[in-house]
Each structure stands twice: as C-alpha cells, then as structure tokens.
Design a protein around this ligand. Structure first.
Ligand SMILES: C[S@@+](CC[C@H](N)C(=O)[O-])C[C@H]1O[C@@H](n2cnc3c(N)ncnc32)[C@H](O)[C@@H]1O
Length: 244
C-alpha cells in the first residue's frame, strides 16, 4: 500500500458532509449513488444471500422489517423494495439518515417504493424500542468517528430482532481500490459525474475506509469481518452470536 493509504485518513472529510455544501451538487450526488452502488456494492448478492431467505421465513410470521442506516439517496432501499415486490413479498423498509438533506432528497425520489424515511440517529430508534429483522448500512462506517462507530454497532445489536442480522457494508481501503476508482471515474467526471461530489468524495472515502484487519481489531466481540470483491468489506453480527 502506498504511504498515503497505509493509514486511515481520518482528517479529511467528505464534501457531502459539509453542512454548507452546494445544494445542487449534493442533490446530484444523492442521485448518482445508485449508479456507483450498482457497480461496487453488489446489492444483488445482499438480496439473494441475506434478504431473500429471511423474507421467506418472515412471510410465515409477518412482514420483514429492514433498516438501512445512513441511507443517503435511498437507492439501496428502493432496489430492495423493487426486488421484494417483484418476487411477491411484502416488507417494511426504513431509510434512516442523520442528515435532513438526505432524507428530504430520498423521500422526494421514492418513486412509489413505499419506503419510510426518518431523520434520526440509531440511538433514537433504540430508545423508542424499535426492532428490525435486518439492520444494514452501506458506505457509512468510514464516515463515523470512533465513538460514533461503537454507538452504531451497539445500537444495531439492540435494534435487531431475535434471529435477525446486522450487516454493515463498506469499502476496504487499498491502493488498488484508489487507483481503480480514480481511473474508472476520470473519463466520466465531466459527463455522468459532473456537478456532483462522487469522484472527489469517493477518493476521500477510500482513504478514510478501514482494512479488514483494522476493522477486525476494533470490532466488538461476536462481530465478524469479511473481505470481498471489489475491495469490499462486511461487518456482520447475527442474533445468537456472543453479545459484548
Ligand atoms: C456515503 S453516504 C452513503 C449513502 C448510501 N448508504 C449509499 O450507499 O449510497 C453516507 C451517509 O451516511 C449518513 N450518516 C453519517 N453518519 C450517520 C449516523 N451516525 N447515523 C445515520 N446516518 C449517518 C450521511 O448523512 C450520509 O447520507
């Protein structure tokens, strides 16, 4: 790994997290998350491996409840809602984000998906006694400072119903990821990604992300970290694992 990527860059913040970020560019950024996630986040694998088996079980007991923490533009929620509906299943999907701007954009672009949108922190859901069959996130862990990360993880365990799953997905920091993302986004930086923070924030995100070893070292007891392609990681906890 090159020296710049050997350690996490926790000092540089994504432009989208700036409360004074240009509203038009932020909106275009939310609008482009779906394109990025389709390429790197493997939502189909999440659906087939983790959502489908649970919704089949939940059908007997009621609707599957899914919580997406840090849902951003809500594209993952809409994709899951669409796949579930296509396969004849009913689910209750909640898109949670700490940022009012994300929730406003996502709810205005629900496109009939029927997602519930909430501006809140996970702790507020814990306090309300809410529970879900699947608690997930995508590209959120690297946004959090150490305390926020531990809070989100302990809240996730409290929010998951018996037999449920917590699955936090993120980038695994590597020089390859940085070089490939820079190369893949350069030709479209003035067209598809123009007037958005996607390219710059994507590169910052890779520098802020954990390696599998780093996340394993700080994950509470009972959580497992798995690496995957392309430069992905998953921090996972299933009901029945040891609680810390
Ligand atoms: C890079 S975006 C990812 C959006 C979406 N999950 C995706 O994959 O496209 C990170 C999102 O996490 C949200 N976020 C950051 N910290 C959070 C927290 N503690 N609780 C809930 N959302 C948070 C941010 O507001 C932002 O919308």
């Amino acid at each position: 790994m090159s020296p710049a990527l050997a350690v996490r860059d926790v000092e540089t913040r994504e432009l989208m997290d700036d409360p004074h970020a240009d509203a038009r560019m932020l909106a275009r950024t939310y609008g482009r998350f779906g394109f990025v996630n389709a390429l790197v986040s493997r939502p189909g694998t999440l659906y087939r491996r983790d959502i489908l088996p649970r919704v089949e079980r939940a059908e007997r007991a009621g609707r599957l409840r899914i919580l997406d923490v840090g849902a951003g533009g809500g594209d993952l929620c809409r994709l899951l809602a669409g796949r579930l509906r296509h396969d004849g299943y009913d689910a209750e999907i909640t898109a949670l984000d700490a940022d009012e701007r994300a929730i406003r954009w996502a709810s205005a672009h629900d496109r009939g998906a029927g997602i519930r949108y909430r501006r809140a922190l996970t702790t507020e859901l814990v306090d309300a006694g809410d529970t879900y069959d699947v608690v997930l996130s995508n590209h959120v862990l690297h946004h959090l400072d150490e305390d926020e990360l531990q809070t989100v993880l302990s809240d996730s365990m409290r929010l998951v119903a018996p037999g449920g799953l917590v699955s936090h997905h993120d980038i695994a920091r590597s020089r390859t990821a940085h070089v490939l993302f820079a190369a893949a986004t350069w030709p479209i930086s003035r067209t598809l990604l123009a007037d958005s923070f996607i390219r710059e924030d994507g590169l910052i995100s890779i520098r802020r992300s954990y390696t599998v070893a780093e996340l394993t070292a700080i994950a509470p007891t009972g959580w497992t970290v798995r690496g995957g392609l392309p430069s992905r990681l998953e921090l996972r906890w299933e009901e029945g694992s040891a609680r810390s």
